[in-house]
Design a protein around this ligand. Structure first.
Ligand code: ATP
Ligand code: MG
Length: 567
């Protein structure tokens, strides 16, 4: 390709809302353009990168025996009503009507459609297992579309769905997908971890996320310093917390604690370590067609983990409760405790179970209890609620945990029979009995990966593509296109490499050298060949983008050197 013909509108200015390097450089480098909030177009070079990533995903998926299909973006709402997700999915689901008032959704994920594809067509265990996948457009009306391709509203996902006769077979495919995703992200040259995850709106049991370790990640991941344990903070476990600080011995009694509404105030006043106190977090839980005030109790030294809390109460979402709403249900803000609490639904962190000598609110203005023991609560009250912190101990090996940032690039789920049951998708098993399918589903954020490649590899000048994903491997820059010798030599190298099927770009634009080298650094091809004045002495320069190191090479030796570098 000649740069003079390439549509790559590079700019000096980044969009105002672009805070991350991948967003800035993909727009400035002419890879993508924005048409609306969370809506992006891929320009020629962006499309090349996108296709390269897509091909790697496709090659690895095909190698597992999964079969590629293509499902429509527009889906009848009826299917979503059958699964129960039409209401449960919340505002991310874009719902629309046609001219006849029929309801549809724009597919944010395709479990419903794929179940419809196989139900009544696969009737026997003999036709199982089956894995269908696609690499297509998704639409999610994200609350905060941002960071360019990292969180769009329209984006491309590889989504695969597998069908099985039993749990064992489903787990086998899950393991195969874990292995396959590992191959995909390794081929892309990314530094990643597979972590235990929460299953979110997709549902089901065991799920794992693939996280690329990156400073600008939106996810907090908990990693063990010693063993292989790693989890999204939303699902992270820890060894039960203990302390060497002695418990304050006291019989159950009520203390006047006037105006002391925070845990710190109360603990300071009573000379108790916050480990021995119970903190109440009041939230408004949003359900499909109702809402209610719910209280979550965690240790004073812990924080509530919101996703865990959502899972505990089965809500779609939790929002902060207004003081007025709290008072209205009969709670005394600042003095709420589990003992004798009856006016609201509440949950207690499971690490508090059977603990003694605790301090908590007495559900009476200006009073706290001391000497509280946690023995008399029903089992259903307890749930894993607290957020794991750096320095907590690993649930597997007891070593210290640390917290780091990650970007989710893939998510694999064991769905079990959830969708097949809800949508009456069954087959006849070995004993001739009708059974709902066991399913798994597996997603890769293909368009997100374009941005992740840059988050993982850039400097202050621009992108640094690796050879697996670069739009072109080499940029041949003619320093002065008016110099005939430079042009002729550059063209000969360009033609020779093209003949050998190397992906090369010839920067033949009638621009100053400084402008062209800036574009090279911004776009970030792995190598550049600079054909300049020194050609008169038979010399040219090769630049490596990663290091910006320059090597002077004799013009006769250039082809051999480049063949080695680009291979
Ligand atoms: P997130 O927590 O980042 O919103 P998710 O859990 O909603 O992701 P999944 O439903 O598991 O995502 O979708 C599979 C993959 O699709 C994700 O791992 C991610 O790489 C990608 N993805 C999800 N939402 C978006 C988005 N808004 N823009 C781009 N890619 C996305
Ligand atoms: Mg999401």
């Amino acid at each position: 390709m000649r740069f003079s013909k390439l549509y790559a509108p590079t700019t000096k200015e980044a969009p105002k809302d672009a805070t991350l390097p991948s967003h800035q450089f993909l727009v400035r480098g002419g890879f993508i353009s924005q048409v609306g909030s969370g809506l992006y177009n891929f320009l020629p070079m962006g499309k090349i990168v996108f296709d390269k990533i897509k091909n790697i995903v496709k090659e690895e998926m095909d190698a597992t025996g999964a079969q590629e299909i293509q499902m429509g973006v527009v889906t009848p709402a009826e299917l979503w009503k059958q699964s129960g997700r039409y209401n449960a999915f919340g505002k991310e689901l874009c719902r629309l009507k046609d001219r006849k008032e029929n309801e549809f959704v724009l597919g944010p994920t395709h479990e419903e459609v794929v179940v419809d594809i196989v139900r009544n067509r696969i009737n026997s265990y003999k036709q199982l297992p089956l894995h269908l996948y696609q690499i297509t457009t998704k639409f999610r009306d994200e609350a905060r579309p941002r960071f360019g391709l990292l969180r769009g509203r329209e984006f491309t996902m590889k989504d695969g769905y597998s069908f099985h006769e039993d749990e064992t077979c489903m787990k086998k495919e899950f393991a195969l997908m874990e292995e396959t995703y590992t191959k995909i992200f390794t081929r892309l040259g990314l530094d990643f971890r597979a972590v235990d995850a929460d299953s979110g709106a997709i549902g089901g049991s065991g799920s794992k996320e693939f996280m690329v370790l990156a400073q600008n990640g939106e996810d907090d991941i908990v990693v063990c310093q010693k063993c292989s344990y790693a989890a999204n903070i939303e699902a992270a476990k820890r060894a039960k917390k203990v302390t060497t600080i002695e418990a304050p011995q006291a019989d159950l009694s009520k203390f006047k604690t006037p105006d002391m509404k925070t845990i710190e105030d109360v603990c300071n006043f009573l000379h108790v370590d916050s480990f021995y106190s119970i903190k109440a977090v009041v939230k408004k839980a949003i359900y499909i067609d109702s809402e209610e005030i719910v209280v979550f109790f965690v240790r004073g030294s812990d924080e509530l983990q919101e996703v865990k809390a959502i899972n505990a109460c089965g809500a779609i979402d939790l929002i902060d409760a207004e003081l007025e709403e709290i008072q209205k249900v009969g709670l005394h803000a600042g003095f709420i405790g589990p003992v004798g609490l009856e006016c609201v639904k509440f949950y207690i962190d499971f690490e508090l179970k059977e603990e003694k000598n605790l301090v908590c609110g007495a559900n009476e203005e200006d009073f706290h209890f001391v000497g509280v023991s946690m023995f008399n609560f029903k089992e259903e009250r307890y749930a894993d609620l607290s957020a794991v912190k750096a320095g907590d101990k690993c649930v597997c090996c007891g070593e210290e945990l640390y917290v780091t940032k990650g970007i989710e690039v893939g998510h694999i789920f064991q769905l079990g029979q959830k969708y097949a049951k809800a949508m009456s998708a069954t087959f006849l098993d070995k004993n001739g009995k009708s059974q709902p399918f066991y399913m798994g589903c597996y997603g890769v954020g293909v368009s997100r990966l374009v941005a992740v490649m840059i988050e993982a590899s850039h400097d202050e000048r621009g992108c640094m593509w690796n050879k697996q994903t670069a739009p072109y491997l080499l940029d041949i820059i003619i320093s002065n296109p008016k110099d005939e010798a430079q042009s002729i030599y550059a063209l000969s190298i360009y033609e020779a490499l093209k003949k050998e099927k190397f992906e090369v770009l010839l920067d033949d634009r009638p621009e100053r050298f400084g402008f062209k080298i800036k574009d090279y650094e911004l776009i970030g091809f792995p190598y550049a060949l600079i054909v300049g004045k020194e050609l008169e002495e038979g010399l040219v320069e090769i630049v490596e983008r990663k290091t910006l190191e320059k090597t002077v090479v004799k013009k006769e030796e250039v082809l051999d050197v480049l063949r080695n570098l680009l291979a």
